[in-house]
Design a protein around this ligand. Structure first.
Ligand code: AMP
Ligand code: GLY
Length: 423
């Protein structure tokens, strides 16, 4: 079959690597892809938000399956457009992708269906938000309602900070229209875990757990980023936590979406916080995490295409997800300065070191193929993933492999997965 992946990051590279392993796939395309993906797929220069051109391309090439990796096109309704044109697409329709697209929606859903999450209020009016904050206990968390590249969340320790936050989100609209509404949420404490799952509208099957490191600097300091590294599984995601989430969170979310007339088919990513009062949902995403996918997918034993087809045909109950009994760590190599200003177009050396090495992966995030070779083309440049028999070994292997590649202004965190020492 012919498959088209939509997206251009490390997540899409990891998806492409898994799809490539499937015996069912003869031809793989990626729009727009990147320098690394071009070794596995034919990259076509169509942006993920160019819905008409994507539909046209899929029709022309008689694509059998489109996998939408990114949040923006999902929330914008790319799956609906493809389906209307008769092209099978994997990912939630627009009315279900709202689970990620609107934090106010997801909070209301959780409240209505008693899914454990932080207490909150939604606001359309900045004055009402301010009046509420004046009576609040601190810290509080302010969240822009819409998509904001993971940056629309502000933790405010004082009323002054919160008032500044209302200005940033709702008045100055630093996150654009994402800030037309705002959620004010109770501040919670605890360890964070990401659990990704396949969903077919009624059945949910969760994948192995992972943990992301969102801050730019070691020790969880510095600015929030798209993710500086991940490890899988999370030793903090115990059997007890899993049982709680199975009972109160996972199926409950899928059932809630179906009951609302918004059946969810695709990937649900549960961002969980393990609070002293038990697991709580921090957020939902409607797609694979990035860089969670870079540690979860390499450990998956199933044929990804078979699982996706089962989701699309509503027979996920017939699939047993299987993961290797090992661990993986992904260290992101970024351009120094990320997530603020950074330079691009630096030649990347040493990529060939990964060729033919099992259990080591060099997923490209922001790279571009040029005549001189592969060059940097983004803040997050590469995701270096290594497996090991346990987390400790996987971490040692990943930090060995990051030495194989070099480029000017290469930056990484040195403590990815260090938390496992406390487990
Ligand atoms: P979100 O995009 O909603 O996952 O938020 C981004 C990050 O902000 C999370 O990964 C947490 O580290 C933090 N965060 C979000 N909500 C809360 C909360 N209610 N309490 C404490 N930290 C939070
Ligand atoms: N790693 C977090 C995300 O993909 O949103």
């Amino acid at each position: 079959m012919k498959v088209l992946i939509v997206g251009s990051g490390g997540r899409e590279h990891a998806i492409a690597a898994s799809v490539k392993k499937s015996k069912k796939v003869d031809q793989l395309y990626c729009a727009p892809g990147n320098g690394g993906i071009s070794a596995l797929a034919e990259c076509v220069p169509i942006g993920a938000m160019e819905f008409d051109r994507l539909v046209e391309f899929a029709k022309e090439k008689e694509i059998d399956l489109v996998i939408v990796g990114m949040d923006d096109p999902l929330v914008g309704g790319l799956v609906d457009c493809l389906e209307e044109a008769g092209i099978p697409a994997f990912g939630p329709r627009k009315n279900a992708a709202i689970l990620e697209g609107s934090k106010a929606f997801s909070k209301d859903l959780m409240k209505k269906y008693h899914i454990p999450t932080a207490a909150y209020e939604n606001f359309d009016d900045p004055d009402e938000a301010i009046a509420y904050l004046k009576k609040s206990r601190f810290p509080v968390v302010l969240k822009a309602d819409g998509l904001a590249l993971g940056k629309g969340v502000l933790i405010c320790n004082t009323l002054e900070e919160a008032l500044e936050g209302v200005k940033t989100i709702m008045l100055d609209k630093q996150f654009g229209t994402a800030g037309n509404r705002m959620v004010v949420e109770e501040f919670m404490t605890g360890r964070e875990v990401s659990v990704l799952s396949f969903v077919d509208g009624k059945t949910i099957k969760t994948m192995t757990s992972a943990q992301d490191h969102k801050r730019a600097k070691d020790g969880d300091q510095g600015l929030n980023t798209g993710g500086m590294g991940t490890f899988s599984p999370s030793p903090f995601y115990t059997r007890e936590v899993d049982e709680f989430c199975k009972k109160y969170i996972y199926q409950a979310t899928v059932d809630a979406m179906a009951a609302e007339g918004r059946p969810f088919k695709g990937i649900i990513f549960f961002g969980l916080m393990l609070t002293p009062d038990g697991p709580r949902v921090l957020e939902y995403n409607a797609r694979f995490g990035d860089p969670e996918a870079q540690v979860v997918l390499p450990r998956m034993k199933n044929d990804l295409i078979e699982v996706i087809e089962a989701c699309m045909e509503g027979r996920l109950d017939s699939i047993d997800l299987e993961f290797e009994d090992n661990a993986a760590v992904c260290v992101v190599l970024a351009s120094d300065g990320y997530p603020l200003a950074y330079e691009k177009d630096k030649l990347i050396r040493g990529l060939e070191a990964f060729e033919g090495k099992e259990d080591y992966y060099c997923f490209h995030a922001g790279t571009k193929k040029t005549e001189e070779g592969i060059v940097t083309n983004g803040g997050r440049v590469l995701g270096i993933t290594a497996k090991g028999k346990d987390l400790k070994e996987a971490r040692e292997n990943a930090y060995e492999a990051v030495k194989w590649v070099s480029f000017e202004n290469k930056y990484m965190r040195m403590d990815i997965g260090k938390a496992i020492d406390e487990a």
